[in-house]
Design a protein around this ligand. Structure first.
Ligand SMILES: [Fe+2]
Length: 342
């Protein structure tokens, strides 16, 4: 047999064995909506522990989902990492994930932070906090999400758009705790209290409060932490003007969301992908994963050395399963639309 044909035959044999799962290649393809410096250490740590090389594609959160969707069954992607349970839920609705059963993940990740059938798992948590202008609001003057709808705050509230995934997920939690009717009344009340039409992201809301354009807002805590830890004096000054409240401590707890990941339906390296998720739940990876974005590790026993988060202290977190935030998403959007919250 000529050498070239032998080579071809060998290649076909190896390809067949690989697709049958024999001796899976020591490779993992990760599509990530995160781009933090500490993620480098995370991937290097995984390679060191397992010998599996990680190839990464990074893009915006929504672009990642689109890409996996368009690639379909031919996608080389094994794992998708993205933020917000509402977005992971969307990806699940598009049938992009496959379920994973892992005793290690079930042991390490709290039940409320993972999708009940194993399609995705939360690896760090973020809280949607209330921020206020310390010159215009006294500490303790507002302590719940519900109070944002009180006429007392008329013309004093800044909020970003209701189409934003963070506000959709917050509404998902409110629907679960208050019921749809009361949640809609809340949205109506907050809408009526707005100082300006919704625009910009969480950081813009924080800056507007610091500048006195409004007195209160909600934001994910890491935007506040970024400002507080910034090396730019003007950003530090924004944070210095703000008081931060972890809402609803006396009732259902502060609304928390996740950064998370799941194994993709057509993952060519499924075993490696599961190993990677298990690695993400390890003490070492938990620290890197949370620290990169000023978040809290999903594994509660893992502590991070983050002065801003430590200053906020421990707090009561909402105990509902984060998958509920996704399940309620269509209703959340309808409520916001009905009250004309842009
Ligand atoms: Fe964000």
């Amino acid at each position: 047999m000529p050498v070239s044909i032998m080579k071809k035959a060998l290649f076909v044999l190896l390809a067949t064995l690989a697709s049958a799962g024999y001796g899976q290649e020591k490779v993992l393809n990760v599509y990530s909506g995160r781009h933090y410096q500490s993620d480098e250490a995370l991937y290097a740590g995984f390679t060191k522990a397992t010998g599996i090389k990680v190839n990464r594609i990074e893009a915006s959160e929504d672009a990642i989902i689109e890409r996996v969707r368009n690639e379909g069954a031919r996608s080389p992607a094994d794992v998708m990492i993205t933020v917000d349970a509402g977005r992971l839920w969307r990806a699940q609705q598009l049938d992009l994930f496959q379920p994973v059963k892992s005793a290690a993940l079930e042991k390490r990740i709290p039940e409320s932070l993972r999708e009940p059938t194993g399609h995705w798992f939360g690896f760090s948590t973020r809280a949607r906090v209330i921020a206020y202008n310390k010159e215009r609001v006294r500490p303790g003057e507002i302590s719940t999400y519900e109070e944002l709808a009180d006429p007392k705050w008329k013309g004093r509230v800044c909020m970003r758009s209701s189409t934003n995934i963070y506000n959709l997920s917050l509404m998902g939690a409110l629907i679960d705790h208050l019921g749809s009717q009361k949640a809609e009344q809340w949205a109506k009340g907050v809408r009526a209290n707005l100082a300006v039409e919704p625009k910009g992201g969480d950081t813009d809301q924080l800056k507007a409060v610091a500048a006195g354009q409004c007195d209160v807002t909600v934001s994910n805590q890491y935007y506040y932490a970024r400002l507080a830890r910034s090396e730019k004096p003007e950003e530090k000054q924004v944070a210095a003007k703000l008081g931060v409240v972890l809402p609803n401590q006396a009732t259902w707890g502060t609304h928390v969301n996740i950064s998370g990941a799941g194994v993709l339906k057509h993952a060519p390296h499924r075993e490696n992908a599961v190993k990677f998720l298990e690695y993400l739940a390890s003490d070492e990876a938990q620290r890197y994963f949370a620290d990169g974005n000023n978040e809290w590790p999903a594994v509660r026993s893992v502590k991070v050395d983050n002065p801003v988060l430590n200053a906020l202290g421990d707090f009561k977190r909402d105990a509902i399963n984060v998958a509920v935030l996704g399940k309620n998403q269509p209703d959340s959007q309808k409520i916001y639309d009905r009250v004309a919250w842009k």
